[in-house]
Design a protein around this ligand. Structure first.
Ligand code: CP
Ligand code: NVA
Length: 310
């Protein structure tokens, strides 16, 4: 087996410290402004994508990012031998022998931990049930571009205490954001992630808190963020979830209590008329498509960071 150089996995935001996250966001900015400076960074490299769930943005932004930096990609969907019972550990050992990096989208977060524990090349989390760290880093890089700074920005996340909420909480804490997460009581974020994030935020000059009342959370927010009420893998719960989340929609009324310069973000895909109204999603405060485009720049920066080139 070929010997591989030092590298970093990126499985969740709290794998980073404040300086690591800032390095990635600074590199994202440089790549956004001068993509041509990075067009040979992945030359002769092959990146594998192992996806056990659907994807549009994550797959495309990684694949386009690798190609734009001179490398190649191989996509493995639901038809790999994993689906027929080959273990995660054996799959990791085999993929490491062919590839220079692996991006994984899967169900339980333990699956990516197990893969990374047996991989000799960098592994990046392209979403698990517990975390969506690439999206959160990209979103804070986008917020920094929109407002000129991130520290102290008041942000409200309204909806499900899911993978997206967890990664935004961890990133917001490391970056000194004032983040309020508002969910129905049975759908609060993981208690340990909330504890970690609120402790970390005290050190960075921000705050991460949970509350039930979404209108209270949205007051004076400069960023209003939501995600789907039913994540991939939870489809059987969608009816009960729609009832539980009915007061948590981002709509005209919620926008009216936010700051005048508020921006509305959503990781997408969006379900119009559920977590966000069509009027708001297509309205002047929504930045969701520019937000999605930013994934491309962030993905490149993250891959360079994980291979020690950042
Ligand atoms: N936001 C996001 O990760 O989108 P996809 O599920 O389309 O990759
Ligand atoms: N929470 C959503 C995010 C999709 C990008 C899900 O896991 O399906």
């Amino acid at each position: 087996m070929t010997e591989k150089k030092a590298f970093r996995h990126f499985l969740k935001v709290s794998d980073l410290d404040s300086s690591g996250i800032r390095d990635i966001l600074d590199l994202t900015e440089r790549i956004r402004n001068n993509p041509e400076d990075y067009e040979n960074c992945f030359s002769r490299k092959t990146v594998g994508l192992l996806f056990e769930k659907s994807s549009t943005r994550t797959r495309l932004s990684f694949e386009a990012g690798v190609h734009q930096m001179g490398g190649d990609t191989v996509f493995l969907g639901g038809d790999s031998q994993l689906a027929r019972g080959e273990t995660i550990e054996d799959t990791a050992r085999v993929m490491s022998g062919y590839l220079d990096m692996v991006i994984i989208r899967t169900f339980g977060h333990d699956r990516i931990d197990r893969f990374a524990g047996h991989s000799t090349v960098p592994v990046i989390n392209g979403l698990t049930d517990g975390h969506h760290p690439c999206q959160a880093l990209s979103d804070f890089s986008f917020i920094g571009k929109e407002f000129g700074s991130i520290q102290g920005i008041r942000m409200a996340y309204v909806g499900d205490g899911n993978n997206m909420a967890h990664s935004l909480m961890e990133a917001g804490a490391l970056l000194g954001v004032d983040l309020v997460v508002s969910t129905p009581p049975g759908y609060a974020p993981d208690a340990e992630i909330l504890r970690w994030s609120s402790e970390m935020a005290k050190k960075t000059g921000g705050s991460v808190t949970w509350m039930e009342n979404p209108m209270e959370a949205a007051k004076e927010a400069r960023v209003l963020y939501t995600d789907v009420w039913t994540s991939m893998g939870q489809e059987a719960e969608s009816t009960i979830r729609e009832q539980a989340f009915s007061g948590f929609q981002i709509n005209r009324e919620m926008l009216s209590v936010a700051a005048p310069d508020v921006i509305v973000l959503h990781c997408l895909p969006a379900y119009r008329g559920k977590e966000v109204t069509e009027e708001v999603l297509d309205g002047p405060r929504s930045k969701v498509f520019a937000q999605a485009e930013n994934r491309l720049h962030l993905q490149k920066a993250l891959m360079l960071f994980c291979t020690g080139k950042g």
